[in-house]
Design a protein around this ligand. Sequence first.
Ligand SMILES: Cc1ncc(COP(=O)(O)O)c(C=O)c1O
Length: 364
Amino acid sequence: MKKEALHTLHGGDLDEISRIYGIDKNKILNFSGNVNPLGLPESVKKAIAENTDSAINYPDVAYVSLRDSIAAYTGADREHILVGNGSTELISLFIKTISPKKAVIISPAYSEYLREVEISGGTAELFPLSEDEGFMLSMDKLKAVITEETDLLVICNPNNPTGTYLTCDRIRDILMHCQSTDTYVMIDETYVEFSDKEISAIPLAKTFGNLFVVRGTSKFFACPGLRLGYGICSDSDILDRINERKDPWSVNIFAEIGGRVMFTDKAFIEDTIELISSERKRMYTELRKFENLFVYDTQSNFFLCKILNGKITSARIFEELIKDNILIRDASDFPYLGNRYLRFCILDKKSNTLLLNSLRKCLK
Ligand SMILES: Cc1ncc(COP(=O)(O)O)c(C=O)c1O
């Protein structure tokens, strides 16, 4: 694989980076994966360690107790909850199930939505968030694009990679418009728990049958290797159709066990919100003082930045930082961004300071 292609790999592809650059993967400070720096909650470690023998059993094929924990955590009805092998399985299943001929994806966005629409034989129109508008969504322009022809609208809230967000009022407005055009809306809330605003669309799922909310646990609960995600939808016909396609037991028993405890770990949840929120403020203040860099405000656990010096590219910054074992995401391959965009997440205070110092040096 070419080095340039490596810069823009999914954030989790540490193995590939470590093979190519010859760095022990445990020594890499991974600012590209968007994973909570507090690591796997102790409660989850303990529950899994105490239940290793459970591997001799199949998980509960209906995942009743896991779905009950998710219901208590999210306020959704257990009957409206599906669990999957990461949010990735649910994004894929939902798109394959409704098989949209025409989808609209608010972009720049996570690349899997487009891939899934294309795999299921549809075409996608990318609806651009404009740099001039600070990557904020223009409701009027969006509504003009969503017509009776549109089968699916995809939104990521807060959005990866811009960190921008939609309030519940705006989401309700979009859902009402999409109801009138018979359009499904999939909202990916992978990063929603990092936000200090109440922006989740889950409370709207009971009213809007055209809404599918998808969430993962990989980022907030720091367990991408466990592979646990969930989806929420109140349309029983859609849920039945998804369940018909879904492989049984796609959530393994350790994800089931871990999932039953993580959502009740109030101390972990509070510690995470406190750390991310204070580091987000501190880093934003620091980054705004940088010469040659524009930082976008964010409601997520990562920042999108634009290099303002025309001679410095994101690929060059990537190469400079990896020499210090610092891995960031060169965001140049996202639609509507270019070769001057970087994305990096918030880790612990010490690591964040290291990144800020190295980045400052590279931009001089
Ligand atoms: C917006 C978004 N959605 C979904 C995923 C996939 O997450 P999971 O590990 O839950 O499949 C990612 C991973 O980076 C992501 O950024």
